[in-house]
Design a protein around this ligand. Structure first.
Ligand SMILES: NC(=O)c1ccc[n+]([C@@H]2O[C@H](COP(=O)([O-])OP(=O)(O)OC[C@H]3O[C@@H](n4cnc5c(N)ncnc54)[C@H](O)[C@@H]3O)[C@@H](O)[C@H]2O)c1
Length: 256
């Protein structure tokens, strides 16, 4: 699938994407570059990140993305990185909180430390990134924050309670921040993907004996691809969605 829509309001916008080196995040990086945005992305997968920057430096006539190494478990480093982006390219117009980790875990074996770590990698940085971009968006007179949720908890999926709890909480975070920031013209929404065929998910599907029959569950008998998620993200980032906030937008082929 190729995204054909162009959003003039995204041209030259500074867009920060967390977890942009691989999976859906890498597709988001590419899609926003194709809109002429100045994309900055955070990750820890250096090899993937450098390859992506290299590839997009050749394949797009627009500004190539900028990679910032930052472990999102380290909140002071995340805050410093967001300040660094401001001094490098200017105020951030769009924040996409995308990074997560859905490693499976049996609830019987979860320790306090592991629980805290699951929430830190899947939820905590969403809040602190939003808090850190707020003064920059204020300076710009508005902005769009997009939090990546998940359909997993709607579908009562087990085997990863730290992840599903975080993803459910993200929708509460979205609605609370949308109220807090709405007066400053900052919109906050959740983008809820279905089962998206990233390389990692395809590998997990072949490993997981319990993997459901995705196409049986979806109304639409085609795979949800990263581009389908990016298409919604572009809309939510653009001025075309200027009156959308505090909502969740599901892209799952009609599963939940
Ligand atoms: N793929 C799916 O089927 C699916 C379904 C529902 C929701 N989602 C959500 O969409 C988003 C993207 O999913 P994905 O499948 O592309 O995930 P992924 O695991 O393939 O990629 C996540 C990216 O985040 C980065 N990351 C993880 N922990 C990090 C950390 N501590 N510091 C910095 N970077 C870190 C990873 O290196 C990776 O590049 C996630 O929020 C996920 O929960 C995905």
């Amino acid at each position: 699938m190729t995204i054909t829509n162009q959003y003039p309001s995204l041209k030259y916008k500074v867009v920060l994407i967390t977890g942009g080196a691989s999976g859906i995040g890498a597709n988001l990086v590419e899609a926003f570059c194709q809109q002429g945005a100045q994309v900055c992305f955070i990750d820890i997968r250096d090899d993937d990140a450098h390859k992506l920057v290299e590839q997009l430096s050749h394949s797009t006539s627009n500004t190539p993305p900028r990679y910032y190494r930052c472990n999102l478990l380290n909140i002071p480093k995340l805050q410093a990185t967001i300040k660094q982006i401001y001094s490098d390219v200017g105020a951030i117009n769009v924040l996409i909180n995308n990074a997560a980790n859905d490693t499976r875990h049996d609830f019987r074996n979860v320790t306090v430390d592991y629980w805290n770590e699951r929430l830190a990698v899947n939820l905590r940085h969403h809040f602190f990134a939003a808090q850190a971009v707020y003064p920059q968006m204020l300076e710009l007179g508005g902005g769009s924050i997009i939090n990546l949720g998940s359909m997993s908890w709607y579908a009562t999926q087990g085997g990863m309670p730290g992840y599903t709890s975080s993803k459910a909480a993200i929708e509460g975070l979205t609605r609370g921040l949308a109220r807090d920031m709405g007066g400053d013209n900052i919109r906050v929404n959740t983008l809820v993907p279905g089962w998206v065929m990233t390389d990692r998910q395809v590998a997990m599907l072949t490993q997981e004996k319990t993997a459901r029959n995705i196409l049986e569950n979806q109304c639409l008998k085609k795979s949800v691809m990263p581009e389908d998620i990016s298409a919604m993200a572009l809309f939510l980032a653009s001025d075309d969605s200027r009156m959308c906030t505090a909502q969740h937008f599901i892209v799952d082929g009609g599963w939940i």
